[in-house]
Design a protein around this ligand. Structure first.
Ligand code: BGC
Length: 866
């Protein structure tokens, strides 16, 4: 168990006795041993500013950057150091030209480490709503709170991890184990956040699918996620493409390596995939303390070093800031690269309109008091001042928070229609001791928000009935009152996960110790309650899949609900469904299997330390994760991806229409146009030196060099050359054929077919919302192997009364019906207008309507493909 601070101390002590990992390990492009996984050289870092939507912001940004000195440019690309400012990350500023210090702040479910904010449901809950509009509204509310607090850059959403490993520690920060669900989740969240003028950050690029051994340290390589090209494109990069398509202003690299090369200086990932193929116009930052190189990361395309320190933080040392000043003065990092970095950052700031009327930071993540040290990392030499102004930003965001919590609530089982139970008051409720109420993961303070209040289930029950008894315990209470036939017992169980910086109950971030079983002996508690009561409802607040078999089939366990991570609104959102005010309408954003090893070993096994070698996490399952694996292997899920019951039933009918005539490959991309001139001669040494008499804060990271260091850098540049990696060049490329706009070739997002799906509430008693999920099946006999079905789009209806209908639109874009061809390096429609089937329904194993692309016909009440 270690906080970041103590981690730093451990590293410092170890570093003193020497390191078994070569000092230059970060420079070496160590190839993954498995064949087919490699990092092609990809240079130089592509300039931004060629996408129409960004041109105006780039013009303004370039004009501002042109007025900056060298040290001002390097100051805005680096952090001032951990705990050296009020936010989770703080850049340097260029106040002389009115460019402020930027505030970067988490969390995954709101604004972290401050007061007067809303604890939103986590993204896994938002994903379970399968409701794009609601996901947008959650994002907009987070954006408003960020803006109100003065957060320039919100450090979310997360789509990496994607959820490949059911036990992975941070899956709950994303929207579910499917690239399309993650993709729309990210797209809507980013639009919501950025519509408020706050820059969103898509993270973590890429392959951070487990927490253990994610980070490099002087003794140990981080694991390498070895991902083949097709899987990378069709699964893991997919949601990043959607994020770029949404116009995301920032991206964060992952801690781990990909195909043998660390993500924060991986030229193929950053230069090649993100900036050139996906046409990303914003800036790329490192994850905290994962910056490992100076020149190497700059030429690999990194634009911002966060939080500024080397891997041994709090010593005032950095690979950038003053070192970046040095390496541009000596010519190792070309000036055009530095100008591009700075321009990307300033362009994102202009694009979100932060140059006018953006609130100043008014809170402090390091302290809760009004006055406190301004730079705690400079202890005991920090000046103090007013750091917290306690600005109220919650407004009415509890409404959207409650709606997401409610609409994410997923009813798995409801025997004898036990629920809703308006006529039976819940008369007994058992809950585990820790936590007594559903909360965000208890051991992941890094990614959660401080609770101002919590609407917990027991309070919500008590608002509806006096006849309720609450036991806050992990064991069946000996004091339990005499049970009667009419009693309903609600048992709350939980499963937690988080970042690897914290170990809780033996779990190292990932659920390595608890595995997929309930924490705090929750499975036994359910068994004990089920032995004594005739009507048992299990409510699971869980970060991801659980194995339910210890109690699922016990006769008295009649109903099972996954309440995911509801945030502060976990009470009324639950009782509203239990009492039948609304029908449940959440759907599983992952599959629940009968046994953990129903999934392949490559995803159930958590990669272990490989002593002084790099641990290898090889994606041998390829495209086949979650339901795609189960379907291929013919393994029935206990509850399939997308499953979720309602109190009513729905009927689906559809029509399909062709919108764009496709060709096998997309039309050629347009060339990049309108790129500004970034090159310039190396400036005079004076631009790198602090003004005379400037008082520096101890250990804060600055971009200035001493006069003699600056002169030496210029002299070095004339006599020595940086050992650039093979393939290094400074000549800008035209860009790959799969690129051409934000998200790739714009033609990839042309709508090929539109489906109008009419959903009718076929029940007679309850209203309800239906989820329309559309899964694509590729034509038989094509030259590419594809999963049997793949989610491609989804929509949620409004509340439908019995007998009422609504028509929603489902779109299939060119990319949705393409595969990534690794030879052509492009998206290919394997059979234009071929026998594609689009399966429609309420879950991946409940698809009762189908549309045929070849004949443009649809059928209802058919047997599904699974
Ligand atoms: C996490 C990031 C987070 C950053 C800043 C890191 O440990 O991996 O997701 O944004 O800290 O708090």
């Amino acid at each position: 168990m270690a906080t970041l601070k103590s981690f730093a101390c451990v590293l410092a002590a170890l570093a003193a006795v020497g390191s078994a990992v070569p000092a230059d390990h970060h420079q070496k492009r160590q190839q993954a041993p498995e064949a087919g996984f490699y990092v092609p050289s990809y240079y130089p870092a592509p300039y931004g500013g060629w996408v129409d939507d960004w041109k105006e912001s780039y013009a303004k940004a370039k004009a501002l950057v042109d007025r900056m000195t060298l040290a001002e440019k390097t100051n805005i690309t680096g952090g001032t150091g951990i705990y050296m400012g009020r936010c989770n990350g703080n850049t340097g500023s260029a106040l002389r030209v009115n460019f402020p210090q930027l505030c970067l702040n988490d969390a995954a479910n709101g604004i972290r480490q401050t007061d007067n904010v809303t604890v939103f449901p986590n993204a896994i809950t938002a994903g379970a709503t399968f409701d794009k509009k609601l996901i947008y509204e959650r994002g907009a509310a987070i954006g408003k709170e960020g803006r109100g607090k003065g957060v320039n850059i919100w450090l979310g959403p997360s789509v990496g991890p994607l959820g490949r490993k059911p036990k992975g520690g941070r899956n709950w920060e994303g929207f579910g184990s499917d690239p399309v669900l993650q993709g729309y989740g990210a797209y809507e969240t980013i639009r919501g956040v950025q519509d408020q003028g706050v820059i969103a950050t898509i993270k973590h690029l890429i392959g951070n699918e487990q927490e253990m051994y994610r980070m490099y340290n002087p003794f140990q390589y981080a694991y390498s996620a070895n991902i083949d090209d097709r899987t990378l494109h069709e699964v893991y990069l997919w949601p990043f493409a959607e994020a770029v398509r949404a116009g995301v202003g920032a991206a964060m690299t992952a801690y781990n390596a990909v195909n043998g090369s660390a993500s924060s200086h991986n030229p193929y990932l950053i230069n090649g995939l993100l900036k050139d193929e996906l046409g990303f116009q914003g800036f790329v930052m490192s994850d905290w303390i994962s910056h490992m190189s100076g020149v190497a990361s700059a030429i690999a395309g990194l634009d911002m070093d966060m939080p500024g320190d080397t891997q041994i933080p709090l010593f005032g040392s950095s690979f950038w800031m003053y070192e970046l000043t040095r390496s541009t003065l000596n010519g190792s990092v070309p000036m055009d690269r530095l100008n591009d970095m700075a321009t990307r950052i300033v362009a994102a700031w202009y694009k979100m309109g932060q140059d006018e009327g953006f609130p100043a930071v008014n809170f402090d993540t390091n302290s809760k008091t009004r006055e406190a040290p301004l730079y705690p990392g400079a202890w005991p030499n920090s000046p103090t001042g007013v750091v917290n102004e306690f600005v109220q930003v919650q407004a009415d965001h509890d409404v959207v928070a409650r709606q997401v919590a409610q609409d994410g609530l997923t009813l798995l089982k409801n025997e004898d229609n036990l629920l809703p139970s308006p006529h039976r008051d819940p008369s007994s409720s058992s809950a585990p001791a820790q936590p007594p109420t559903p909360t965000a993961p208890t051991h992941a303070p890094i990614e959660t928000v401080d609770y101002m209040y919590i609407d917990d289930p027991i309070s919500a029950f008590r608002r509806r009935t006096d006849d309720v008894t609450f036991y806050n315990t992990d064991r069946f209470p000996s004091s339990a009152r005499q049970q009667s036939e009419d009693d309903v017992a609600f048992v709350f169980i939980t499963s937690d996960a988080g970042e690897n910086s914290y170990t809780v109950e033996g779990n190292h971030g990932d659920r390595d110790a608890s595995r997929l079983f309930a924490w705090h002996d929750g499975d036994r508690l359910v068994q004990d309650v089920a032995a004594r009561y005739s009507n048992v409802v299990v409510v699971a607040n869980t970060v991801g899949p659980l194995v339910l078999e210890a109690w699922h089939d016990l006769p008295s366990v009649k109903a099972v609900l996954i309440a995911h991570l509801p945030g502060q609104e976990g009470g009324e959102s639950l009782t509203g469904v239990l009492y039948g005010d609304v029908s449940p309408n959440g759907h599983l954003p992952y599959s629940i299997t009968f046994a953990e090893d129903d999934m392949p070993e490559s995803v159930t096994r958590l990669i272990d330390s490989a002593f002084f070698n790099q641990p290898q996490d090889t994606y041998t399952e390829g495209l086949y994760i979650d339901y795609k694996w189960l379907n291929k292997a013919g393994i029935k899920a206990r509850y399939a991806f997308g499953h979720g019951l309602s109190y009513t039933t729905f009927n689906y009918t559809a029509t399909i229409e062709k919108v764009t005539q496709l060709t096998r490959t997309p039309p050629p991309r347009a060339p990049k146009e309108g790129i500004l001139e970034y090159d310039q001669p190396i400036p005079a040494a004076a631009e790198a030196v602090a003004p005379a008499g400037f008082q520096m804060i101890w250990r804060l990271i600055y971009s200035w060099l001493s006069e003699s260091d600056a002169q030496n850098a210029i002299r070095d540049g004339q006599t020595r050359q940086y050992p650039y990696p093979p393939g290094y060049t400074t000549t800008q490329r035209e860009g790959p054929r799969a690129g051409g706009g934000e998200g790739g070739n714009p033609a990839l997002y042309d709508t090929a077919y539109t489906l109008s799906v009419t959903v009718t509430n076929s029940g007679s008693e309850h209203s309800g919302k239906a989820s329309v999920q559309a899964y694509l099946q590729f034509p038989e006999g094509i030259e590419y192997e594809t999963p049997i079905i793949q989610l491609r789009d989804f929509e949620k209806t409004g509340e439908l009364a019995p007998g009422e209908s609504q028509t929603v639109q489902i779109n299939l874009r060119r990319k949705d019906i393409s595969v990534w061809d690794v030879v052509l390096q492009d998206w290919v429609v394997p059979e234009v207008d071929g026998a594609y089937k689009v399966w429609l329904g309420a879950a991946s194993d409940d698809l009762s309507a189908v549309c045929h692309v070849d004949g443009l016909t649809c059928e209802s009440n058919v047997a599904g493909p699974i």
